[in-house]
Design a protein around this ligand. Structure first.
Ligand SMILES: Nc1ncnc2c1ncn2[C@@H]1O[C@H](COP(=O)(O)OP(=O)(O)OP(=O)(O)O)[C@@H](O)[C@H]1O
Ligand SMILES: [Mg+2]
Length: 255
């Protein structure tokens, strides 16, 4: 379970203070998923960094399974926007990196890793280095790494943004399969309305306005079979787009 209560995050630079997130509250039940959507600069990565324990200065409270965020005591699977692969390590070593740091070597289950890499279609790339991979392949390696960690929470920052539309849909399905298997509470940041609808039990629309109010909704379509082909999916996509558009117009009016 992830609980965020009255979170406010400010960035200070020179004489300036910028409020990236204001009075934001959200609860994600154990094993739940939440998609966070919103325009560039609205605070999506900031939110993930707070839950990941990378940003420590904020007002409000954030807890994972009832405990304050603590990367040393909890296993936090964070897939950053730039994948965070180490260029001097092979694909295989990148995949097991988090496990090596977090768990003892005897817990390294090679079969689990092999299975994960096969599912993600990167088994044949094990000996290559990240700069010898396409953007999409790098994303798969980063995905294998976070799941291999078997984390308490999973935080993903636009994990499929570099993929073409068809591959992205394939990866969304693989992600859902893995998420169901590992039952991990997940926050998933995306630019794509359809991706939010497909992957989020809850959907958060962060405001584009500095410190503006965000909206949280339950996604009635989550988990329905073949939902991408259905009329309701299309209609719901339109509805979300309208909410986001209105928020943008309001932000402009307030400027
Ligand atoms: N270290 C920092 N110092 C000052 N301001 C920052 C810092 N990091 C981010 N910001 C500002 O905070 C706001 C939110 O940034 P954030 O990276 O969370 O946005 P985002 O929603 O993830 O955007 P994108 O979709 O482009 O990745 C932006 O206006 C950004 O300029
Ligand atoms: Mg970002």
């Amino acid at each position: 379970m992830i609980e965020i209560a009255d979170l406010t995050v400010r960035y200070r630079s020179d004489n300036d203070i910028y409020t990236a997130i204001k009075d934001f509250s959200l609860t994600i039940p154990s094993g739940g998923t939440c998609a966070v959507i919103g325009p560039s600069g609205c605070g999506k990565s900031t939110l993930l960094k707070v839950v990941a324990g990378l940003i420590k200065e904020y007002d409000g409270s954030v807890s994972i399974n009832g405990q304050p965020v603590n990367p040393k005591g909890q296993t936090i699977g964070f897939m950053p926007q730039n994948y965070g692969l180490l260029p001097w390590k092979t694909v295989y070593d990148n995949v097991i990196l988090g496990m090596k740091i977090k768990k003892s070597p005897e817990l390294l289950d090679r079969n689990v890793i092999k299975h994960l890499m096969r599912q993600l279609g990167i088994e044949g790339l094990a000996r290559r280095y990240p700069n010898e991979l396409s953007g999409g392949q790098q994303q798969r390696v980063a995905l294998a790494r976070v799941f291999a960690l078997q984390p308490d929470v999973l935080l993903m920052d636009e994990p499929f943004s570099a993929l073409d539309a068809i591959t992205r849909e394939e990866m969304q399905d693989i992600f859902l399969k893995l998420w169901r298997r590992f039952e991990v509470s997940t926050i998933f940041v995306t630019h794509y309305v359809e991706e939010a609808l497909y992957l989020g039990q809850k959907i958060v629309i962060l405001s584009s306005d500095e410190g503006g109010r965000s909206q949280i909704m339950d996604n009635p379509l989550f988990g329905e079979k073949d939902i991408r082909e259905k009329e309701e999916f299309f209609q719901m996509g339109l509805k979300l787009r309208n909410i986001i558009k209105k928020d943008w117009e309001q932000a402009w009016e307030n400027m």
